[in-house]
Write a protein that binds this ligand. Sequence first.
Ligand SMILES: *Cc1c(COP(=O)(O)O)cnc(C)c1O
Length: 452
Amino acid sequence: MKTIIEPFRIKVVEPIRMTTRDERERLLREASYNVFLLRAKDVLIDLLTDSGTGAMSAEQWAGIMRADESYAGAVSFYRFKEQLTSMTGFEYVLPTHQGRASERLLFELIGGEGKVVPNNTHFDTTRANIEHSGAEAVDLQIPEAKDPRNRHPFKGNIDIAALEDLIKRVGPERIPAVMVTVTNNSGGGQPVSMANLRETRAICDKYKLRFILDACRFAENAWFIKQREPGQTERSIREIVREMFDLVDGATISAKKDGIVNIGGVLLIRDESLFQDASNLLILTEGYVTYGGLAGRDLEAMAQGFEEVLEEDYLQYRIRSIEYLGERLINAGVQIVEPTGGHAVYVDAKSFCPHIPPEQFPGQAVVCGLYREGGIRAVEIGSVMFGGHGRPNPAMELVRLTIPRRVYTQSHLDYVIEATIELYTRRESLRGLRILDEPKALRHFTARFEEL
Ligand SMILES: *Cc1c(COP(=O)(O)O)cnc(C)c1O
């Protein structure tokens, strides 16, 4: 069969509410044209993020009921640890409440003044935790990643030559770790090839450096390796995932992505003494080492989620549904970041509304347009998010349509496609915006706008 279906049937449903165009016009005005300030109940299709928004399976919910809530040594902790160890080969596994808690523990221990941490592209919380420790975070994505039309199959790759130049320039003693993020979230959800991970390992061996994976979307990355990389198609997802983890000395994971849970994270460490230090810090601020600031039920749900995410039917449906959304938009003339990545479609707002200059936030105009048109909530990734306070506007003005895991069906995506194309045909009517007030940092969450 050619048709790829959702590999599940629906047992529990959650109603979503249609609104009228007049209602949405009023709600958008009341939210000061910032969709973060809307109430979720007023959103029909919520594509703000794929973080913690996935639908859990019957087995995950059953695990929640079965869970052991003992303070120390709970059965649920051992189930979680055994799942992580068998999947990644790591013996030292710490649960944390989410990805940024893993980052904070790690960089409090290995970061600090004068240190430099390279990555393909640091996710914003990773960068913030590195900078908070006093270290510098450097992004080294390959040049192809900056061109939305370039169809390089592994646009998430780290630039190996630039990495070696950086190591020579600052000196290996100042680099506590080289990081690679799979898939590269901030770079369009683009995958990293196994060849690139192996080359990074070789550079780290040459200069005796630690290699840390930001592994939030490890399973989606493995699927792209299987699909797109020569010599990898015959391997199982489990084998590919295992090699990705075998190549590194540690990993930070937000289980809200490929763990398909609403809350949770993981820190994996190879080195025993670093693991001991991280365990002590975990106890200080998060909780005892066998629960890490979570409930036993969260550990059960993670253990099961990390197993389900390796299923090839699931990954095929997951990645194909993003590709389908992207293909239909491209066919209608809407420029997106090509090829589509793992968890979202990124619409190029510069080409969507060329009449709106970056100072008037073309991405935000498209986000407001999508809510008006269809009650769809997307997120701006452009000069609202990265500009302001003297910073230059970013190279790309993007609107991210992020797809939660196992939540929306193909007809929901067809609706999103129709609304986006409808908006595109009337794109001259989109208006730029002006910021009325904004906080000092992370302004996209709370800034208030008015339409010009
Ligand atoms: C979400 C994410 C994080 C942070 O995880 P949280 O669970 O939100 O704290 C780190 N890195 C990447 C690539 C992410 O997508």
